[in-house]
Design a protein around this ligand. Structure first.
Ligand SMILES: C[S@@+](CC[C@H](N)C(=O)[O-])C[C@H]1O[C@@H](n2cnc3c(N)ncnc32)[C@H](O)[C@@H]1O
Ligand code: SF4
Ligand code: SF4
Length: 335
């Protein structure tokens, strides 16, 4: 059994940031704000060094803050993780998903590919993704989806992701239509995370979120549900929530962050080796140092997992004054 200390099992789920480099600067992303860490790739050797410390791996994400397809060792990483019997998924901006890279992902055995598109038009894409690559990404997804279908391949499961903000929400119904036309069976509405104790940056600001949605926003979400149902597309939100539920604050519970299981079950490791409590935290904090719980290039994973920084983080999360990153989870921001 993989245990450490007295009672907390080592995690079976990992977020491993394949790279902190990116070819885009989306307006909701920390990279738009300059980023938290120096830009570098995780190497395959480093990934193996990290994963070898965990006897059991269940689910591994190969994205963090950066574009995973930029790392040439990505196929080797997926192959290693598949040999370890883990389920492997990643989010990508899709700009680099050409035939060669697509085939590499297929051959390596990737289980799930999530394309962050956020818009149904070039103008909407520019407003959120800060880029003119809308048509290229759509063409890449169309070709990849067609290829998977023509080969009757069970995986990777393909989905389109939409970061919901007041700038782009009117495009959600067309986004669902677009997914259907591309043969993509799943759409996710993602919540915008932002610094709670700060001015925020770009689109990552409280006034840009869909919280406290008005009638127009509710209408677009309802319409998207209906289109999804008609076209056989699954319309979801992360963490098994429905899109509507995911946008609600848990007002009945004054301390909802206490229910969060992430610091007990998973680790997020950046390309620079820093261990963070979850993939939400870097978006939700203005003091980055406060969420670094150790570095796997300097200490063993089990030492970090059972170390004092992790212990204090877990304990503080149970209180009425949790760490900065957790403070809005479930109230200002629902998780
Ligand atoms: C940081 S990106 C890294 C992977 C890849 N570059 C991509 O764009 O999918 C991972 C996910 O975070 C989402 N994201 C970006 N800014 C966000 C924010 N402020 N709040 C919540 N999610 C955000 C992106 O849309 C993407 O789906
Ligand atoms: S959201 Fe993804 S594609 Fe956009 S800047 Fe961030 S890492 Fe790059
Ligand atoms: S930031 Fe939110 S998701 Fe992350 S550990 Fe804190 S409560 Fe959990």
């Amino acid at each position: 059994m993989q245990t450490v200390g007295t009672d907390i099992q080592l995690p079976k789920d990992l977020y491993l940031e394949a790279t902190s480099r990116c070819n885009l600067r989306c307006k909701g992303c920390i990279l738009f704000n300059g980023g938290w860490e120096p830009q570098r790739d995780l190497s395959l050797i480093e990934l193996i060094m990290i994963c070898d410390q965990l006897p059991v791996l269940s689910r591994v994400a190969l994205h963090g803050i950066g574009e995973p397809l930029l790392n040439d060792e990505l196929p080797g990483m997926i192959r290693y993780l598949k040999d370890r019997k883990a389920s492997v998924f990643l989010n990508s901006n899709g700009t680099l998903l050409n035939e060669r890279r697509g085939n590499q992902l297929l051959d390596a055995g990737l289980d799930e590919l999530r394309i962050s598109l956020d818009a149904a038009s070039p103008a909407g894409y520019k407003a959120v993704r800060n880029s003119d690559e809308f048509h290229r990404v759509v063409a890449n997804v169309r070709a990849f989806s067609k290829h998977i279908k023509s080969m009757h391949l069970p995986c990777p499961k393909l989905s389109l992701w939409f970061l919901g903000t007041r700038e782009n929400i009117s495009e959600l119904p067309d986004f669902v239509r677009l997914a259907a036309s591309l043969g993509v069976a799943e759409v996710y509405l993602q919540r915008l995370v932002y610094f709670q104790d700060d001015q925020g940056y770009g689109l990552a600001k409280s006034e840009k979120t869909l919280m406290g949605s008005d009638a127009a926003i509710t209408g677009w979400i309802n319409e998207s549900h209906a289109i999804a149902e008609q076209s056989g597309v699954r319309f979801n939100a992360p963490a098994f929530a429905s899109p509507f539920d995911s946008l609600q604050a848990r007002t009945g519970n004054p301390f909802p962050w206490r229910k969060c299981y992430r610091p007990h079950t998973l680790m997020y490791i950046t390309a620079g080796g820093n261990v963070l409590p979850c993939c939400i935290s870097p978006f939700a904090v203005s003091n980055y140092g406060s969420i670094i719980l150790g570095n796997v290039f300097y200490r063993s994973l089990s030492e970090i997992w059972s170390g004092s920084r992790y212990r204090i983080f877990r304990e503080k999360r149970q209180t009425q004054t949790p760490p900065e990153c957790c403070r809005g989870c479930g109230t200002l921001w629902s998780l």
